[in-house]
Design a protein around this ligand. Structure first.
Ligand code: FES
Ligand code: FES
Length: 172
């Protein structure tokens, strides 16, 4: 299927996927990035665009549990897969995820622009390595840039979240 936009014909294709646990079905432009699909079509504006070039990590989301730069992934690549954005990081939207709480408690947020991407990368890191030490945390976050904080408070925030998640897992 094609539509005319600004005197050009644009191809559309059906996209079915899950976003933050909900089934989504939409016609999307074949050349649309996942980042634009999330922000414009689904109005999930927590995912940010910094460089638009795969360098800054501000657009990080989870695709089947793995962190990806949504500016470098086509929306149609999410077909049949699960996408999680910052809006869906906490299983209960009324309760902050330990990472979100950690960033608040440790003063890890300044302008906030990089934080959704940071949190998504850290969530994937702690899922894969629940005992990640400081070096592992630094390595896991190396693709996420922050122009404000100097990173120390961010690392403390992730360490706080790791301790919190360890405690929760031990109580299960
Ligand atoms: S906006 Fe995607 S990596 Fe910078
Ligand atoms: S808090 Fe401003 S870019 Fe990180």
């Amino acid at each position: 299927m094609a539509i005319k936009k600004n005197n050009n014909f644009i191809k559309l294709a059906a996209l079915r996927c899950r976003v933050n646990g909900r089934a989504v079905q939409k016609m999307v432009e074949t050349g649309k990035r996942l980042l634009d699909f999330l922000r414009s079509d689904l109005r999930l504006t927590g995912t940010k665009e910094g460089c638009g070039d795969g360098e800054c990590g501000a657009c990080t989301v989870l695709l089947d549990g793995r962190p990806v730069n949504a500016c470098m992934v086509m929306a149609l690549q999410a077909a049949g897969r699960s996408v999680v954005t910052i809006e869906g990081i906490s299983p209960d939207p009324r309760i902050l995820h330990p990472l979100q709480q950690g960033f608040i408690d440790q003063g890890g947020v300044q302008c906030g622009f990089c934080i959704p991407g940071m949190i998504m990368s850290c969530a994937a890191l702690l899922e894969k390595n629940p005992q990640a030490d400081l070096e592992a945390i630094k390595a896991g976050m190396s693709g996420n840039l922050c122009r404000c904080t100097g990173y120390e408070k961010i690392f403390r925030a992730v360490e706080q979240a790791r301790r919190e998640l360890e405690l929760k897992n031990a109580q299960r």
